[in-house]
Design a protein around this ligand. Structure first.
Ligand code: HEC
Ligand code: HEC
Length: 208
């Protein structure tokens, strides 16, 4: 009897996971596009920078939608410290987050499964999740291929200094020296297929 209950509970747990994954895949990109106009003011401009400190706004196109949704939850719920992104994300419902993630991801990068040149020693462990070619091996991990080099340095620093609280990345980042971070950021930023800046559907000149 007890064993039976336990098995039912485990099965329900798996069903719950499957449902969550399905839900993540079900973002409505059309609605995401409709509500993300302000986002493109930063994410849709090539080379746009965050000020104080100065670093590039991350590229989102080609990223995994599950990861984009997790990142937005992080800003909204305080696991990531960034004032502008916190206020942007606090306006969004859970469904808005799924929809925006689906829109911004577009067609997520496809892994080539091959390393490009030799993986630097400092990145040897990182590629087990972020991929030999910088394309993440699972949808909840971010792809790093082609991401801005200065943004990668900033992101790793945030895990090291506690501005980002994700326990997995905090652990991996903690032991890195500044020289390692520089090598890692350079390596991933040069890989292809690469993430890209969102194309901006309207500009002040074309919008009616
Ligand atoms: C004023 C500029 C600005 C605006 C507007 C803005 N963002 Fe951001 N966004 C940033 C910056 C800068 C970061 C990196 C923050 C950090 O250091 O963690 C970021 C990070 C992100 C990330 C995490 C990317 C990653 O690789 O982890 C996502 C997802 C995101 N923004 C989505 C959005 C969405 C959706 C909107 C609109 C609702 C939006 N942003 C509006 C500047 C902006
Ligand atoms: C066990 C899998 C795993 C390993 C190994 C791993 N990461 Fe991560 N990484 C993650 C996850 C999960 C996230 C998203 C965390 C979050 O929500 O902030 C992440 C996020 C990141 C980000 C932020 C990307 C962005 O767009 O903001 C960078 C940069 C990064 N990892 C670099 C590294 C480096 C460098 C190493 C090796 C020292 C490494 N990772 C090892 C799983 C991993």
């Amino acid at each position: 009897m007890r064993a039976g209950l336990a098995i039912t509970a485990i099965a329900a747990g798996f069903a719950g996971t499957a449902w969550a994954q399905q839900a993540a895949a079900q973002g409505d990109a059309r609605h995401g596009k409709a509500i993300s106009y302000t986002c493109l003011g930063c994410h849709g401009i090539d080379g746009y920078k965050n000020a104080y400190p100065m670093y590039s706004v991350p590229k989102l196109e080609g990223q995994n939608p599950d990861y984009l949704a997790a990142a937005l939850h992080g800003y909204r719920d305080g696991d990531r410290a960034h004032v502008t992104m916190h206020s942007q994300a606090s306006e969004l419902t859970d469904q808005d987050i799924l929809d925006i993630a689906a829109y911004f991801a577009g067609k997520p990068l496809t892994a080539t499964g091959k390393a490009q040149g030799s993986v630097p020693q400092a990145a040897a462990l990182c590629v087990s999740c972020h991929g030999q070619d910088g394309v993440a091996i699972a949808p909840m991990y971010p792809s790093l291929a082609g991401q801005h080099q200065d943004y990668l340095v900033r992101a790793i620093d945030e895990y090291r200094k506690g501005g980002r609280k994700n326990p997995v990345m905090k652990g991996f980042a903690a032991s890195l020296k500044d020289e390692d971070v520089a090598v890692i950021a350079q390596y991933f930023s040069r890989l292809t297929p690469a993430l890209s800046t969102e194309s901006r559907p309207y500009t002040r000149l074309t919008a009616h």
